[in-house]
Write a protein that binds this ligand. Sequence first.
Ligand code: FES
Ligand code: FES
Length: 155
Amino acid sequence: MKKIVSVTVNGVLHELAIEPRRTLLELLREDLGLTGTKKGCGIGDCGTCTVLLDGVATFSCLTLAIQADGCSVETVEGLAEDGKLNRLQQAFVDHGAIQCGFCSPGMLMTATELLRRSDNPNEQDIRRAISGNLCRCTGYQKIVEAIKAASEDTS
Ligand code: FES
Ligand code: FES
């Protein structure tokens, strides 16, 4: 039997009737059409599905949609400011931290959480924060540099 879920996604309140077995990732991608959040493994191994759930980086593939009832969710679609890439997104572009881009939405959300709780993370802090986000392309160095640069960008 479907349950009513009220969830605020990128500042917009949605009320949906949803089967209790469905995941937050499915709600975002299939019900709301927010396909920026990716499904890689679907079992908590890769981090491509990372969103912020009440500000905390969370694997949406392991989270039931009904667990998000009453919560605020932020996805990669909510990062841009006034139609422009925010400083973290721009740093990923400037530092070549994106190749195929499949990991990027999850990386960006994990890094967003890190930069909110730490003004000046060092390389170890950054590597630890993104340790749950796999990237098959970049070798991570450019991603670490981009996050560091964003943390130092006060413009
Ligand atoms: S799709 Fe969620 S951790 Fe891989
Ligand atoms: S850029 Fe391809 S998986 Fe990270």
